[in-house]
Ligand binder design. Structure first.
Ligand code: NAD
Length: 540
């Protein structure tokens, strides 16, 4: 009975995936076959069954997309439009996500293994964020010809009559390489600012789970983006490498692991092209003993289990005050051992870690694929071999618990008294695994929080506002949360810029700084006439 319902739901998703956009590359405004006609498989994480085969674009397809993009850039229509006009077209794409949210959520549930409910919520977030990016079109237009100087210094340099305005130019042909954990959100967060800024772009989604991203091609097509301004080439590492190496690509915006991020930077170095890198994390949750116990437990669970722990800002290091450690761990173990597994994400309409709704984690999803599953188990086996203490979990759940599904499930795992030098403290596991250490003083808490090379996010919990803010201010991370309730942890707002310190990234996403990443700042220095004269002449 349960198996029938799984088959039916998977068949429904497979029928969505019959559409042309999920089976072809999008190059020069057309859906095309990859030159070598190869395909890549993707599997349903809850059962390990084949979900779909999508085109494997390779270097020659990337080069075709770059040529189409270069032609659009040279032709210049898109770049010459006002940002407000470009935003009107991109807004249609954002609306398209909203209009197709249910279908896209089913696809992401099947591709990533995340509960439908959660996928639907985050896709709604992508549509809203798209609308926010579009609202920045006006701000960008207002930044064109912004006066910075009028009249020069006395006695020579700069000359007395010397006027300067700033402009924000698009960069040119940009490559957008995205990760699989929130496939469409991560990709659309690049596509919107890149296009609104006036660039021509090529998107290379993740081969692990990137099917929903392919729909962006259809949205661009239907919205009327000029041919070549936006292209999608699905494929694996080789396609990504070809995009980063091309001398015609002037910027790479990349979201993925820190290891790959450094390779992207290396590929871009010889040609000195721009990079924006949103990378991995190992975020800390620092909990003081004056925190409400229930809230501390909820926040810990939400921090390391949202999206199955596969979120760059996952709070996978718990740093708890000595005398609060045992009560917190006792409650945490109890709660985690009660949590059900999500054995058919596609049909999960009522559950799905409600991280952004009411702060409750109510189900454990499978991890995305076999290789991630093996990688996480490798971390756990290594920790066990090194004598790390396991409070709960530590492996795969009993087959009976997950209905003999064959899926990529891992028990929510808590490792205690973890050494600071161990891999499970220092490296991103990207699964439902929490490592715990404790502290006795505020200074020690800060040292613990800052004890990895990452710096993406972190949270401090205390009912003492001054202490919470003091510690938050000393943590080296692009986004810190100070809270007495846990509310807002992992939350993002499109207007609030974020990014990584250290190995967590280069540059900032979201907010006006996120849009500026896709522009070059130029000063236009003019003498002998006024800007008003120039505009009158231009209008003639
Ligand atoms: P990944 O680094 O393995 O791959 C990311 C993308 O890069 C994929 O599209 C892949 O095909 C491509 N790629 C692989 N090798 C390449 C190379 N040498 N040159 C160019 N492209 C290459 O990452 P992933 O497993 O897809 O994603 C998970 C990682 O992403 C985690 O580390 C996570 O923390 C990070 N992430 C960061 C953010 C953020 O905002 N900071 C958001 C989401 C995910």
């Amino acid at each position: 009975m349960e198996q029938d319902s799984k088959n039916n739901s998977l068949d429904k998703v497979r029928s969505h995936l019959q559409r042309e956009c999920f089976n072809k590359l999008f190059i020069g405004g057309k859906f095309v076959e990859p030159i070598e006609r190869e395909k890549l498989p993707t599997y349903y994480p809850a059962t390990g069954e084949l979900l779909h085969e999508f085109p494997r674009g390779k270097a020659n397809d990337i080069h075709a997309a770059i040529s189409a993009s270069e032609r659009a850039w040279a032709e210049g229509t898109w770049a010459a439009m006002s940002a407000v006009d470009r935003a009107k077209i991109v807004a249609k794409m954002a609306q398209g996500i909203e209009d197709n949210k249910e279908m896209l959520a089913e696809i992401e549930a099947a591709d990533v293994g995340k509960p439908f409910r959660q996928a639907s919520m985050t896709l709604g977030g992508a549509a809203n964020e798209g609308k926010y990016w579009c609202s920045l079109g006006k701000a960008l237009d207002e930044e064109q010809d912004l006066p910075v100087n009028s009249g020069g210094g006395k006695g020579g340099l700069p000359p007395e009559e010397w006027n300067v305005v700033y402009r924000r130019d698009p960069i040119g042909v940009v490559g957008l390489i995205s990760a699989w954990n929130y496939p469409l959100n991560v990709a659309f967060r690049k596509v919107c600012p890149a296009l609104i800024a006036g660039n021509s772009a090529i998107l290379k989604p993740s081969e692990i789970a990137g099917l929903s991203c392919m729909f962006i091609g259809k949205l661009a097509h239907d919205a009327g983006i000029p041919p070549g301004v936006f292209n999608i080439v699905t494929g694996d590492r080789d396609a990504g490498v070809a995009l980063t190496l091309s001398p015609s690509v002037s910027m790479i915006s990349f979201t993925g692991s820190s290891i790959t991020g450094s390779k992207v930077m290396e590929a871009c170095a010889p040609k000195l092209s721009q990079v924006a890198l949103e990378l991995g994390g190992k975020s800390a949750l620092v909990v003081f003993d004056d925190t409400d116990l229930d809230k501390a437990v909820e926040t810990t669970m939400k921090g390391f289990l949202t999206n199955g722990g596969q979120i760059c800002t996952a709070h996978t290091r718990l740093i708890v005050q000595d005398n609060f450690k045992q009560p917190l761990l006792n409650r945490l173990k109890e709660e985690l051992e009660r949590l059900p597994f999500c054995t058919n994400p596609i049909t999960e309409k009522n559950r799905g870690d409600r991280a952004w709704e009411d702060g409750k984690t109510d189900v454990v999803q499978p991890v995305v694929c076999d290789s991630q599953h093996k990688k996480i188990l490798g971390f756990l086996n290594e920790a066990k071999a090194a004598g790390v203490e396991i409070l709960t979990g530590g492996g795969v759940p009993d087959e009976k618990v997950v209905g003999h599904s064959g899926g990529y499930f891992i028990q929510p795992t808590v490792l205690v008294n973890v050494g600071q030098e161990t891999d499970v403290w220092q490296k991103e596991v990207f699964g439902p695994v929490l490592s715990v250490r404790s502290f006795s003083s505020e200074a020690e808490a800060v040292l613990e929080a800052n004890s990895t090379k990452f710096g993406l996010a972190s949270t401090v919990m205390s009912s003492d506002p001054a202490r919470a803010m003091r510690v938050a201010n000393r943590i080296r991370a692009g986004a810190v949360y100070a809270t007495s309730t846990g509310e807002g942890i992992l939350a993002e707002h499109p207007a609030v810029s974020r990014g990584g310190f250290g190995c967590s990234g280069v540059g900032r996403e979201l907010g006006i700084s996120g849009l500026h990443e896709y522009t070059e700042l130029k000063s236009v220095n003019y003498t002998g006439f006024t800007l008003t004269d120039a505009k009158i002449e231009d209008a003639k």
